[in-house]
Design a protein around this ligand. Structure first.
Ligand SMILES: NC(=O)c1ccc[n+]([C@@H]2O[C@H](COP(=O)([O-])OP(=O)(O)OC[C@H]3O[C@@H](n4cnc5c(N)ncnc54)[C@H](O)[C@@H]3O)[C@@H](O)[C@H]2O)c1
Ligand SMILES: O=C(O)[C@H](O)COP(=O)(O)O
Length: 528
């Protein structure tokens, strides 16, 4: 495996890569976009922080690329869509720099309350300035936190320790969590109208870009103090500059910017009551060691075919849950591959239903395995990362449900296809013998028992004598052994469904002989 470490991550993380047998590590910090395109030509994985941009062009230039690892939280420097389309796993290390960033945020809040940075600059210039640098207290003030995730919550705890009242705006924050943290869950308008301090802790996207802008400053209290240690652009820079210049905003602290590095001539650099740091949130020894080692471990585990942790573009499952799911994954893949070949062409919908005990597990990886299996014979380079996207591109709608309807099995996975004419085909599978052996247990609700590997001949015929003998004869003339056979008779309708497990695929001639038999309505050769 060849790993490109494109941004400076902890030496312990780099050493972890180097310690792996058969791994080659290229460390190339501060490379230009052109150099990156050249460097990724033969790499299996790229480790980055926020500097290197993993664009669609970079993904396209790296045919062997399997994993992009981000030693940190934000993945806005990685083109997730391009990576997903190619089946490249993108992973981050979400918790490792939470405390570092919460502490930097709090440092900014303190600096925006007591003019430490400004006083320090005066002192270094030979001055004293005791009178001009008096400040305020945090005690008794209201802090509004927009984005109450890992970092937002840590900032809240620190603010409470300083005697602040905390309001939070986060559409995903539950009442129970707000209550247990002793904070008030409010609307964005309330945060803006009631806060003395506002800090933002969410990703930058179309919803959050400019969330604190001209309108917000107009509705805010006079003398508001604002802080952004999340992503540049959540607080609109032009609006902030205006609000600081007009005195509406009394102080601000920024660690992140709309463009990084911040332009040398940015007006922000000239505002006395705005304290700036160069994207230092995660830059502590502890955080860097944590995210550097974590990203290296996660990447190696994924590259070696183990558990995929903290992936952005596929379900992440912990090792224990994955162990419990393992036997189901090969069943799922086989059911997907089977139904794609049984369902025929122009399939518009793929419905997955889980029954019984399996509904207690996290079935997301299993649903991915079914989708991957479905695409196995029709799309090249499909994996759990890109399977949903490939199905979407093919116009196949995927629906997954859990049902509490009783079946004859302790647990059952059912996969149904519906084609453009509305015709539906269904296959069901379960695990036999203490959950280890995958079996197909029905086709279109006709009970059978079929193994989930190799070549299958699926037959629908009139339920008349001589069919099994005929199939045995034509296959033996072709030199093909039958390993197993399962039969389901529908006496009411007078036909039978049978599945023959074969040692190899029947020749064209044999298949024409089967087609020619007057009592055989249809058959399919299915390769699992
Ligand atoms: N300055 C730095 O060096 C630094 C370091 C670490 C993280 N960060 C950034 O800080 C941000 C927060 O990181 P985190 O680890 O707390 O992430 P997190 O995922 O734990 O929390 C983000 C929170 O934002 C909320 N959210 C999402 N959309 C929202 C919206 N429209 N309105 C309000 N809330 C919304 C989510 O519900 C979530 O609770 C990220 O952007 C991350 O990239 C910056
Ligand atoms: O999202 C993050 O984790 C931070 O922005 C840290 O970025 P960095 O690794 O480039 O310091």
């Amino acid at each position: 495996m060849k790993i490109l470490v494109a941004d400076k991550i902890s030496p312990k993380g780099v050493d972890f890569f180097k310690a792996q047998q058969g791994y080659t590590v290229v460390e190339a910090y501060g490379s230009s976009p052109e150099q990156i395109l050249e460097l990724v030509k033969d790499v299996d994985a790229i480790a980055v922080r926020s500097e290197t941009k993993v664009t669609a062009e970079v993904v396209a230039a790296a045919p062997n690329l399997k994993v992009v690892g981000r030693a940190g939280v934000g993945v806005d420097n990685i083109d997730i869509d391009a990576a997903t389309e190619r089946g490249v796993i993108v992973m981050n290390t979400p918790g490792g720099n939470t405390i570092a960033t919460a502490e930097l945020t709090f440092t900014h809040m303190l600096c925006g309350t007591r003019p430490i940075a400004q006083a320090n600059a005066t002192m270094k210039g030979g001055g004293w300035g005791r009178k001009q640098y008096s400040g305020f207290e945090l005690m008794g003030k209201t802090l509004g936190i927009c984005g109450f995730g890992r970092i937002g919550a840590e900032v809240a705890k620190r603010a409470q320790a300083f005697g602040m009242t905390v309001l939070a705006y986060d559409p995903f924050l539950t009442d129970a969590r707000a209550q247990s943290m002793g904070i008030s869950k409010v609307t964005l308008d309330d945060v803006i109208a009631q806060s003395d301090y506002i800090t933002v802790h969410m990703p930058l996207n179309d919803e959050t870009r400019g969330m604190i802008g001209k309108d917000a400053f107009a509705k805010a209290k006079d003398g508001l103090r604002v802080f952004n240690c999340a992503r540049g652009g959540i607080i609109d820079e032009a609006a902030l500059i205006e609000a600081v210049q007009s005195g509406k905003v009394a102080a601000a602290g920024l660690d992140v910017y709309e463009g990084e590095p911040l332009a040398e001539d940015s007006p922000l650099r000239k505002l006395d009551n705005v304290v700036l740091t160069p994207h230092l949130g995660a830059s502590t020894a502890e955080a860097q060691e944590s995210v550097g080692v974590e990203v290296a471990e996660q990447m190696v585990e994924a590259l070696n075919g183990g558990t995929v942790r903290n992936a952005i573009n596929m379900p992440s499952v912990d090792a224990k849950a994955l162990e419990a799911l393992k036997p189901y994954l090969s069943l799922g893949e086989a059911l997907g591959t089977f139904i794609q070949q049984l369902g025929g062409e122009c399939i518009e919908s793929l419905k997955i239903t889980y029954f019984g005990k399996i509904t207690e597990l996290d079935t997301l990886p299993l649903s991915r395995a079914i989708q991957r299996g479905f695409l196995k014979h029709i799309v090249e380079q499909v994996n759990d990362v890109n399977a949903p996207k490939k199905l979407e591109e093919l116009g196949v709608k995927v629906e997954t449900t859990s049902s509490n309807t009783d079946t004859s099995y302790q647990e059952l996975v059912e996969v149904q296809t519906i084609d453009a004419t509305g015709k539906s085909r269904t296959v069901g599978g379960t695990l036999f013998t203490r959950r280890q052996e995958p079996r197909i247990v029905h086709i279109d609700h006709h009970g059978l028992e079929v193994n989930t590997s190799g070549t299958l001949l699926v037959l629908k015929n009139q339920d008349v004598p001589g069919i099994i003998g005929f199939i045995g004869t034509v296959l033996s003339e072709d030199g093909i052994n039958i390993a197993n056979m399962s039969l389901s008779r529908d006496q009411g309708e007078g036909f039978a469904i049978s599945v023959y497990e074969l040692d190899s695929v029947p020749s064209e001639t044999t298949q024409s002989k089967i087609t020619g038999h007057k009592d055989i309505e249809k058959f399919r050769v299915i390769e699992l």
